[in-house]
Each structure stands twice: as C-alpha cells, then as structure tokens.
Design a protein around this ligand. Structure first.
Ligand code: CP
Ligand code: NVA
Length: 318
C-alpha cells in the first residue's frame, strides 16, 4: 500500500510550470505545502518520479551548496542536470538572453539560474517557456529561504509565534528572509549598520504580504535586534560581486559579529543559522557556528529537501 499523502496537493499542483524568481511568487499556502512536501520527501513518506526530466544550471557566480543540491535533488527525483556554465556556452560570449532562453526551452525542462541582476533573471523567465528558478541574484535567494524556514520548523515543531533575527548586511538573503517570513507569519528583525539596511521596496513589499500577521522590523542595534529571538541568522558582510568592498565593510560591520554575547541575549532555546559559506571571526564567531545552538549543517542539508519539493511541484511530478 502506498503511504498516505498528507501534503496539500491542490496548492502544489498549482505550481506546475511556474517560475520562482522571488519568495513573493509563492502564496503562503504554497510555501507551507512545499515545506511539508520537503519533510515528506526527506522521511520517505512521499516519492516523486520526474521520468528523466532535465534541469539546466546557468551559474554566473560560484556555488557549492546550490549547484550540488540541485544536481542531487534531480538525481533523486529520477531526472538529470546539465551544467550550462557561461564560460563554456555562448552565454559567456554575449548571446542575448532572449535567444538563449528560447533555445534552451527546446532542450531542457527547467532552468536554475545564479546571476547578478534580478532583471536578467526576469528576462530569462520572460523568454523561456519552461520554469525558471532563482538560484541567487543580488536581490534574492528564495531557495535558501525555503530551507531556512524548514530548519526553523524542524527545530521548534511549528513556526507559530516565532521570531527570527538577522544580524548583518541587508542583502539578498535578508530580503528573502523578510518576504518568506512575511508569508509564513514569522516575525523578522534585521539588525544592520546604517547604510547597509535591506532595500526599502522589499521591506514595504514584505509588510504588505505580512498584512499585520507578524512584525518586520529594522534596527541598527544588534543586541536589541536579537533580544528574545528564536533564531539568529547571519551572512557574509561582502557578497559575491562586492569583494573590493571587503575592507571598508569590515570597518562598517564592527560590533555585528554573531558571537556568544549576542547569542546570550536571544531566547534560551534559540538556534543559529548561516546560509554558508561562513567567515569565522568576521560575521560569526567559531564558538557560535560550531557550538550546540548551531543548525547550519541541517540547514545546508535542507537545501536538498526543499529544492526536491520545489522541482517536484514545478515539473509536475505530483
Ligand atoms: N548558501 C548557498 O547558496 O551556498 P552556495 O553559494 O555554495 O551555493
Ligand atoms: N549573500 C551571499 C550569499 C551566498 C550564498 C552572496 O550573495 O554572496
């Protein structure tokens, strides 16, 4: 007898053929259904077969977790990935996105794209006739956020009444946490130095999505930001493409290291998250990232489960 199907199939079926460019492309119901499906795929309660479908990976920036977890997710779903590295395709020689997207749509079933400008990703999605997935842009990292909230749900059993505090740069990861938190009703506080806050348009969009169900707040005081929070999260101070600002950012972010003192100000049950790669001694202390509150390797593993759920839904495997 096949195992009982518990995840919300109508919400997941509605995702077939869609793009994921931003966390805001999903409804609250779809996001929750994806987290549930991820848990079911992880436990073996659900199996999905994509019958050899192909995911193309266009990665203009470096990646360990995203690239490998997408490849493993497709393999586990009975599909395959093709590495369309811009350095070895005509993409790197400036072939227009409009042409590349239309050609690749004739060969593969979905594209996962890591690039700089969100507009380039939107252009791929506009011209492609297949699902396009944001594998990180300068604006957002939605696949990361799905894994992050899955990890939070795993730790507390439910997302109800939780508060996540992010300490550091108001970057792509922070934006997706704000939007996904808003959808899921999880309060999010972002503590950043002045001048490094998240984009005000993203914050406004997140507040509209939250519709008063949770609070989304900014502060320049890291201690106030983490007080009583259930999860403390940080990311690098200089993202990919900002390497030349590293020294200047190290000065600006002094006092924003997620260390033992900040952890002590959080809820006693608080977990620690980091999307990785991490710089011990910069944005996070070695004692905190390698200490008992850290869930960073569960979080990295959950990239695989969350993306398996996403691919199953977008590629019509349900
Ligand atoms: N967290 C994350 O996206 O890692 P990679 O850059 O290694 O893919
Ligand atoms: N904010 C980081 C995330 C890396 C996964 C970056 O964009 O480089």
């Amino acid at each position: 007898m096949s195992p009982p199907i518990t995840s919300s199939v109508p919400a997941l079926k509605a995702l077939r053929g869609r793009d994921l460019l931003s966390c805001a492309d999903l409804s609250a119901e779809e996001t929750l259904a994806l987290l549930q499906l991820a848990g079911e795929l992880r436990s073996g309660a659900r199996r999905v077969d994509l019958h050899g479908q192909l995911l193309g990976l266009i990665f203009t920036k470096a990646s360990t977790r995203t690239r490998v977890s997408f490849s493993v997710a497709m393999a586990r779903l009975g599909g395959q990935t093709l590495d369309l590295n811009p350095a070895v395709t005509q993409v790197g020689r400036g072939e227009p996105i409009a042409d590349t997207a239309r050609v690749l749509s004739r060969y593969v079933d979905a594209l996962a794209i890591r690039t700089f400008a969100q507009q380039d990703l939107s252009d791929y999605a506009h011209w492609a006739s297949i699902p396009v997935i944001n594998a990180l842009t300068d604006l957002e990292h939605p696949c990361q956020a799905l894994a992050d909230f899955l990890t939070l749900q795993d730790a507390f059993g439910s997302l109800d009444g939780l508060c996540l505090a992010y300490v550091g740069d108001g970057n792509n990861v922070a934006h997706s946490l704000l939007l996904c938190g808003a959808l899921l009703g999880v309060s999010v506080r972002i503590a950043s130095p002045a001048g490094f806050e998240p984009d005000s348009a993203v914050l406004e969009q997140a507040r509209a999505l939250a519709a008063g169900r949770c609070s989304l707040e900014l502060t320049t005081d890291p201690v106030a930001g983490v007080r009583g929070a259930h999860a403390l999260y940080t990311d690098v101070w200089a993202s990919m493409g900002q390497e030349q600002e590293q020294r200047q950012r190290e000065e600006a972010f002094a006092g924003f290291c997620l260390d033992e003192a900040l952890l002590a100000a959080a809820d006693p049950r608080a977990i620690v998250l980091h999307c990785l790669p991490a710089h011990r001694g910069e944005e996070i202390s070695a004692g905190v990232i390698d200490g008992p509150a850290s869930r960073v390797f569960d979080q990295a593993e959950n990239r695989l489960h969350a993306q398996q759920a996403l691919l199953a839904a977008l590629l019509g495997g349900l």
